[in-house]
Write a protein that binds this ligand. Structure first.
Ligand code: KIV
Ligand code: ZN
Length: 526
């Protein structure tokens, strides 16, 4: 059996389903380009039928990126056709179709009588749906992947029938997801071994696994499955994804690479691009990496105790099983400052893996100068944070023009803000329980809205006294959450930017316009 493991990256699909993560088309394209540098074999670019923005992102990635590009589709003709439309310019397109196979899912999701009245009848319908979906996808592309959702909790006899039918219909990859992250490594691995015994045509398809991390076992389950014969592993950068996330790409790859002596597997991954990719994904999604996260956490290569430090100074191998440069960890350097020119900035950003047009460089340079005014020394991490701050903009409706705050011991916090909407400037003031509350209140009064704030977090994302503060605000509107991120050396400004961004996301998503009349605090119109 070939020992080459296919790395299927789902950062842009399952990863983007992480609560609070939302990426615009430009950010997705930028991450996809970085995934190509990382040399993943398959990029799952999105779920095209779910929204026009998803469709467009998959289309742009398919047109530009050289890896196998895949898109998700339920076992429905409209989903499959739409996925094909988005993928058709790809050099190597793959349609990924799926249906649920566990009894819990079949009874819970296909309760309707049109699927049958008993479990047995419903199972028959699902079996046929799986076959038909693959056969239909096959009329568009050669490369078709079928996933049996909640395979981890699916009866092995029935799962074998579904997998066999999908392969008979032409599936080239059959994916076995542990959708709810419920299984133990031996249990999940044995499921793969059983499938290889029971499914008569299994040698005609690659077996893939897709493990979620609800019990913290996603990587262990994936590795056990490889030992039992799976040859594709689905994973996401920084382990992001639904709920507790997916198996982490960097952990799987580095486990395989570091313990090649034990497992003998190889991947095509360029491990030196891991760190860059991880920081880019964190910056764009706003999903923070825990400091002790394996491989890419801030502390992954830090040695704290005297005994460890002494050992490492004498011989790195005493406490280091991976050298930081294997995964491309750079030591933070002062790279730029207030006197740096556009060329210096451009060159460093390209080295850090970013792409931008000359127009975008103008915006970036303006942002850089503002940052350099506040901060004397600009490190790579500052540049990454700055680039994560919605540089690749979709048109925002509301723009923060200025903010003034009065706060202190024994005074009532008061904020005055100016917001631009198209060619109109609004100005409003408000008090609050603290300066952040005063800013939020002023925004609400100016725009005459009252979103419900679901969560609000602030932290420093670079180091030192002049550290950049990052604020993440999540608001809720009609059953849907919208997240905004703001960064600044001033945490009140970061919070205000984050709140306004979340409101912008809500307005863009719901396609809402604002009709300005005399009730709004209009300062001036152009
Ligand atoms: O977790 C899951 O089952 C999935 C499938 C759609 C592959 O994400
Ligand atoms: Zn999943």
């Amino acid at each position: 059996m070939d020992n080459k493991i296919i790395i299927f990256d789902t950062t842009l699909r399952d990863g983007e389903q992480s609560p609070g993560a939302s990426l615009n088309i430009y950010e997705k394209l930028e991450i996809a380009r970085q995934l190509v540098k990382l040399n993943v074999d398959v990029i799952e670019a999105g779920f095209p039928v779910s929204s026009p923005a998803q469709f467009e992102a998959v289309k742009r990635i398919a047109e530009e990126c050289t890896a196998v590009i895949t898109a998700l589709a339920r076992a429905k003709e409209i989903d499959i056709k739409t996925a094909y439309e988005a993928l058709k310019e790809a050099k190597k397109p793959r349609i990924h179709t799926f249906t649920s196979t566990s009894d819990i899912h079949i009874l819970g999701k296909f309760g309707d009588d049109k699927y049958g009245t008993s479990l047995e009848e419903k199972r028959k319908t699902v079996l046929k749906m799986s076959y038909d979906a693959v056969a239909y996808a096959k009329t568009f592309v050669q490369d078709v992947e079928f996933s049996a959702e909640d395979a981890g909790r699916t009866d092995i006899g029935y799962l074998s029938e579904v997998v066999e039918a999908a392969i008979e219909a032409g599936a080239t990859t059959v994916n076995i997801p542990d959708t709810t992250g419920y299984t133990f490594p031996s249990e999940f691995g044995n499921k793969i071994a059983e499938l290889r015994k029971r499914v008569s045509n299994i040698d005609k398809a690659v077996i893939s696994v897709h493990c979620h991390n609800d019990l913290g076992l996603a990587v262990a389950n994936s590795l056990f499955a490889l030992d039992m014969g799976a040859r594709q592993v689905e994973c996401a950068v920084n382990g992001i994804g639904e709920r507790a996330g997916n198996a982490s790409l960097e952990e799987i790859v580095m486990a395989i690479t570091t313990r090649k002596d034990l497992c003998g597997y190889t991947t095509n991954i360029n491990t030196k691009e891991i760190y860059k990719t991880s920081r880019m994904v964190s910056g764009f999604t706003g999903l923070v990496i825990q400091p002790n996260k394996a491989i890419v956490g801030e502390n992954a290569f830090a040695h704290e105790s005297g005994i460890h430090q002494d050992g490492v100074l004498k011989n790195k191998q005493t406490y280091e099983i991976i050298t930081p440069d294997t995964v491309g960890v750079e030591h933070s350097k002062i790279v730029l400052g207030r006197h740096s020119g556009r060329h210096g900035l451009k060159a460093r950003l390209i080295e850090l893996g970013y792409h931008f047009s000359e127009d975008e460089l103008n915006t970036i340079y303006d942002k850089f100068l503002k940052l350099a005014d506040k901060k004397k020394e600009i490190f790579d991490e500052d540049l990454r944070v700055m680039m994560g701050d919605k540089i690749y903009k979709e048109k925002d409706l509301f723009e923060l023009i200025s903010l003034q705050i009065q706060a202190g011991t024994n005074s009532i916090p008061t904020a005055t803000i100016r917001i631009k909407i198209k060619d109109t400037l609004l100005q409003e003031s408000s008090t609050g329980d603290g300066p952040v509350d005063a800013c939020f209140n002023a925004i609400e009064r100016a725009l005459q809205i009252k979103p419900s704030v679901e969560s609000y977090n602030v932290r420093s994302v670079t180091s030192g006294r002049q550290a950049m503060g990052e604020a993440i605000v999540r608001i809720r509107c009609e059953e849907k959450s919208f997240t905004g991120r703001g960064v600044s050396t001033d945490i009140i400004e970061a919070s205000t930017l984050a709140y306004l961004k979340a409101i912008n996301q809500q307005f863009i998503f719901t396609n809402t316009e604002i009709e300005l009349d005399d009730n709004y605090p209009i300062l001036k119109m152009a």
